[in-house]
Design a protein around this ligand. Structure first.
Ligand SMILES: O=C(O)CCC(=O)C(=O)O
Length: 277
């Protein structure tokens, strides 16, 4: 995970195998309905401007998203998007469990050191400490290796079984529950620099983006710092953790040579329901 100057992101280039990514791309092209350009138009100084790409949003229909002066509705969930939402949530949950394990490891390590200090108050036995530290690191590495296993055809079968239309986990407190979809027809479509810091969204929750189709660069920008460029591959996952969006802008710049479609799905935790209460 990149974690410098509050740019706290993780990029997994081959989250999906090419075969699975191809299949998701096809399904998305077939099933996603995009908003009419007038609905997604942004308002700047009382004037409407159509945006240079197509967008859509899926989740619980009671959720809305305030987007550059426009309040966008939410479409009822569809199967392919629900499958991807579940995978994004699985990933976040696994990471959370992982960090609980890390905390437990740290605790074990501290307990061990405390014990050592008590037992060997007179003799400092560095070698023994070293070998135990190695065991703990090895254990962490094993878990990380498992976590980084890419999502492949076997997993795809499972997710089909689990998927259930219109069943967004409304009752789960700690879940991604909303997706914003961007469709870039070619390199002339783009997304200007912005922060995902709208008040409808939970700023304490990670944002997970899956990319399908042609590779496009995402650029992270912050005043006085070097830009960070990540080419977002077909089947990749990018996670933005807090506090990235407090400090860094990101955008998908034009690439005139790119002739093909890219679709991104950005899963977030939308609190617009709560904000209305
Ligand atoms: O297309 C992408 O990967 C970026 C999406 C994004 O930044 C957004 O929807 O706010």
């Amino acid at each position: 995970m990149d974690h410098h100057y509050n740019l706290n992101i993780k990029y997994v280039e081959k989250f999906f195998s090419t075969k699975v990514a191809d299949s998701f791309f096809k399904k998305l092209e077939k099933s996603v309905e995009y908003f009419h350009p007038d609905v997604s138009a942004v308002v700047v100084r009382h004037k409407k401007y159509q945006i240079p790409r197509k967008v859509s949003a899926y989740g619980d229909i009671s959720l809305t998203y305030c987007f550059s002066g426009t309040r966008l509705p939410t479409k009822p969930m569809i199967s392919v998007v629900k499958q991807l939402l579940d995978l994004a949530n699985d990933f976040i949950k696994k990471e959370k469990n992982q960090s609980d394990i890390d905390t437990a490891d740290d605790k074990n390590e501290n307990d061990f050191l405390k014990e050592q200090n008590q037992n060997d108050s007179d003799i400092i036995d560095d070698n023994k400490n070293d070998s135990n530290d190695k065991d703990i690191d090895q254990n962490k590495n094993d878990i990380l290796k498992k976590e980084q296993t890419q999502y492949d055809d076997d997993n795809a079968d499972d997710s089909d079984k689990n998927s259930d239309d219109n069943d967004v986990d409304k009752n789960e407190n700690e879940n991604l529950n909303y997706v914003f979809i961007n469709r870039y027809e070619n390199g002339l479509d783009y997304l200007g620099f912005h922060k995902d810091d709208e008040k409808d969204m939970d700023s304490n929750f990670p944002i997970v983006t899956f990319s399908f189709g042609i590779k496009r660069d995402i650029i992270f920008k912050r005043k006085k710092y070097k830009n960070v460029k990540i080419p977002l591959e077909h089947g990749s996952m990018l996670v933005m953790y807090p506090p990235t969006n407090q400090f860094w802008y990101h955008g998908i710049p034009k690439r005139k040579k790119v002739k093909d479609v890219r679709i991104s799905l950005t899963f977030r935790r939308n609190l617009s329901n709560k904000n209305k209460e």
